[in-house]
Design a protein around this ligand. Structure first.
Ligand code: NAD
Length: 314
């Protein structure tokens, strides 16, 4: 029969693309429950999915930050039966740590980490009793290494990676798979939202020198990385579908081969000196001035052979 897939944060970006790709599967192998905080924002998804709407795709309200909303949503799924849970909802936060409030940071964890925890707590017990299921998290390469000025976002993804790494072991006994999808830059509203926020913020609390690094090194580098090697939400959807359909789904799944070497640097040098220095060089020596070189450098690094790092080729 059809496998029931519940996806969080489907009104835009990667969540929307995954919902559309699975609901439009030629063999109709999936019944997709696309969820979002506010169903008033459903039009983009409904339009993109076309005639699959009402057949292989239905919609439910879900806010991953609310215990009540999560319970209500899962309770209204037929027999609470969810075969595949895709945790996609997430928010970003950039800027010097000293200029960010604890409340902003907690909100990032509330969505990116506790949001995933809430969903898993609600869905996993039923999966365990059925002895089948697949839990997927749209994590990030920032869940594998830190990037300057993304410290708290990165921490929230590391936290999720850590939790799921433990769960993956426990759940193997119940025939439940856990998979992390780790995209690099993806061109969605995510980056736009961040950049709009950044342009409005004054970052009170950070000294002038730090702010200068942030604005003249980090931001231009970031914008160019998205332009130069950003993937599309459909690219991420393809990788996710491939992972779902794999007979033995890997735990970690990078989506962009250009990031394989950067991730590998961490494993190549236990002290992390190598990766910290490489990022330093990329940010302060190449960043902002020679954007192209930075992308070229990543391309060169790509040819190194790191067979240990799994990157799903589309
Ligand atoms: P996006 O902003 O288009 O999508 C995020 C979605 O999550 C939005 O639809 C938003 O409304 C929803 N959301 C936020 N808070 C929510 C809540 N409390 N409950 C339910 N939904 C909520 O951006 P995206 O790029 O599609 O992001 C999807 C995921 O991909 C995120 O987890 C993000 O961290 C991750 N990611 C994005 C990138 C990138 O460069 N865009 C890279 C790596 C990982």
């Amino acid at each position: 029969g059809q496998r029931v897939v519940l996806i969080t944060g489907c009104s835009s970006g990667i969540g929307l693309a995954i919902a559309v790709m699975l609901a439009r599967d030629k063999m109709k192998r999936y019944y997709v429950i696309g969820t979002m905080r506010d169903l008033k924002r459903k039009d983009k998804l409904v339009e993109a999915v076309g005639d699959a709407y009402g057949k292989t795709l239905s919609l439910l309200t879900l806010d991953v930050c609310s215990d009540e909303s999560v319970k209500q949503c899962v309770d209204s799924v037929k027999d609470r039966h969810i075969d595949i849970l895709i945790n996609n909802a997430g928010v970003g936060l950039v800027g010097p740590v000293e200029a960010l409030s604890l409340d902003e940071m907690k909100q990032v964890f509330e969505t990116n980490f506790f949001g995933v925890v809430r969903m898993i707590k609600e869905v996993m017990p039923d999966m365990k009793s059925r002895r089948s299921g697949h839990i997927i998290v749209i994590s990030s390469v920032l869940g594998l290494h830190g990037v300057a000025f993304n410290d708290v976002y990165s921490a929230s993804k590391f936290a999720t990676e850590g939790m799921c790494e433990g769960l993956a072991i426990q759940l193997m006994k119940f025939n439940i798979n856990v998979s992390m999808i780790e995209p690099g830059p993806v061109n969605t509203e995510f980056e736009m939202k961040l950049m709009t926020e950044v342009s409005k913020k004054e970052f009170v609390g950070a000294d002038a020198e730090t702010l200068n690094h942030f604005r003249t090194c980090y931001l231009p580098t970031q914008i160019n990385l998205f332009k130069g090697l950003g993937q599309t939400p459909e690219d991420i959807a393809k990788v996710t579908k491939k992972v779902i359909e794999s007979p033995r789904p890997p735990f970690r799944n990078l989506t962009n081969p250009l990031y394989t070497p950067i991730v590998a640097l961490k494993y190549a040098d236990e002290t992390r000196g190598l990766s910290v220095r490489t990022f330093y060089h990329m940010l302060y020596n190449l960043g902002g001035i020679m954007h192209v070189s930075q992308i070229e450098a990543l391309k060169l690094l790509k040819d190194w052979n790191y067979s240990q790092i799994n990157c799903v080729q589309q």
